[in-house]
Design a protein around this ligand. Structure first.
Ligand SMILES: [Fe+2]
Length: 189
């Protein structure tokens, strides 16, 4: 994962994330998937949103989301680019086209372990994620910025900012703390 973070920093140093570079970041996450599956999928966690890494120079974050069976998000947007990888079980992602009043479904896909999807505003940003299995699912997300709130679609009102919670990292994620603590302070190479 250190390689993934170093390489994402390299991509971001070249400029804004666009239609070409989001695929580059997607490929970097694909490359790191086996390691993340190995290290994160071995046990269960409390459902929640775990901040694994925040880049102090470029502002992007890596988060682990643990989904309880049946958990579903509202229709929402993040207002920044994002890449999402499925680490354990599967989730269904449904995309929408919205105006102030109505959200129209434009596609829905089940993402199994190993799938890596992305969002990139303004054209590909509005979505809903649901976990429909009987055991918890785990996804890892790289977002272009720390998400203090999500933009939740409210029919008739458009998008409303809703605060996001962050769950405390379990102490047994030592493998992450081993380099995460260093990377949090790592200067631009
Ligand atoms: Fe999302």
């Amino acid at each position: 994962m250190k390689i993934m973070i170093d390489e994402i920093r390299r991509v971001l140093q070249a400029g804004q994330v666009d239609g070409a570079t989001i695929h580059e970041i997607q490929e970097l996450v694909v490359d790191s998937l086996p390691v993340m599956v190995n290290r994160l999928a071995a046990r269960t966690y409390e459902p929640g949103r775990y901040l694994l890494y925040k880049d102090s120079d470029f502002g992007f974050v890596v988060m682990m989301l643990v989904w309880a069976p049946g958990q579903v998000t509202p229709i929402h947007a993040h207002g920044t680019w994002g890449v999402e990888a499925v680490i354990k079980n599967h989730v269904r992602v449904t995309s929408y086209d919205c105006d102030t009043n109505v959200a129209r479904e434009i596609g829905s896909v089940v993402l199994p372990v190993g799938a890596v999807a992305y969002v990139l505003p303004p054209d590909a940003d509005v979505h809903k994620v649901e976990h429909f299995g009987s055991e918890q699912a785990i996804t890892v997300h790289v977002y272009g910025k720390e998400l203090l709130e999500n933009l939740v679609f409210v029919p008739g009102q458009g998008f409303k900012g809703m605060p996001c919670s962050v769950t405390e990292l379990p102490s047994d994620l030592d493998w992450f703390a081993g380099f995460g603590g260093v990377l949090r302070e790592m200067p631009i190479a």
